[in-house]
Write a protein that binds this ligand. Sequence first.
Ligand code: HPA
Ligand code: ZN
Length: 334
Amino acid sequence: MKNFINDIPKAELHLHIEGTLEPELMFKLATKNNIKLNYKTIEDIKKAYNFTNLQSFLDIYYSGAKVLINEEDFYDLTFDYLKKCKQNNIIHTEIFFDPQTHTARGIKFETVINGISKALEDAKNEFSISSKLIMCFLRHLSEEEAFDTLKEAIKFKDKIIGIGLDSSEIGNPPSKFKNVFSKAKNLGFKLVAHAGEEAGFEYINDALDLLNVDRIDHGVQAINNNKLMQRLKDNQIALTVCPLSNTKLKVFEDMKEHNIKQMLEYGLNVTVNSDDPSYFGGYLNDNFHAISNNLNLSKENIIKLVKNSFNSSFISNEQKAKFINIVDEFIKNN
Ligand code: HPA
Ligand code: ZN
């Protein structure tokens, strides 16, 4: 099973590029850009990654992102993640980026997107990795600030497939971003939102009803409402679940308590993702191993999870069929 998980071609749909910043690159960029870090050693950094909830993580995540200054820094960050994709046999990835984390520090929107995009282009040529970019609004900021960010994104519309919503969930409901999501939909963007990660299942209904999202990021709180479970099943709405993130942020105390297998067996369209792998202790294969070992997943479970990701991605039907064919060929031989 271990080799099967490692080797099967996969897609990833929930990955924050700022959450792939490894301590080594953080130190390197801090030195290069003359940024003072709160840590003296890599061990100090790793010790700080001891989270109690989402906010305790976000504070450290935003502070780490301060080392990213120039276009080449965003390039290096992104290219390092794409090398991990290669190692994890990820052949398609849909990457979140948080421009407001950077523009608030005086970094230009184009510095961020050009650095990321050049790395995506190079990885496509060097590793044949297919990718899309999703721009997230920070939900602890105002809807007006989200509108300003959307305006910037329009200039780079050819590089951005969708719009998402992340950061502090509790107290920042989907309703706060109703108008800006409606504008984004009219502009032709795909839509996603983090919902039901640590706030209640109501946020999932609201993300569907008020924001019109195409996928739900996390969504694990759906289990607390039968009517919503039925709705997600009937409409096969994709949930981008992140197991290691959920245990690190204490959404579940232990991986053995994670509900991904229960949701899968109920018939929901669940997928496996790494969220912020540098902070949560593992990339995509590590997430698959963690659930496989703790929840006793079958090979069929793994195949279903992998196919769900390709089928729920924002690529053409033709491209989806091509990827599913690659997965089927792998299964035939393994
Ligand atoms: N939830 C909300 N915001 C985030 C996350 C997350 O898991 N990761 C990065 N920003
Ligand atoms: Zn996330």
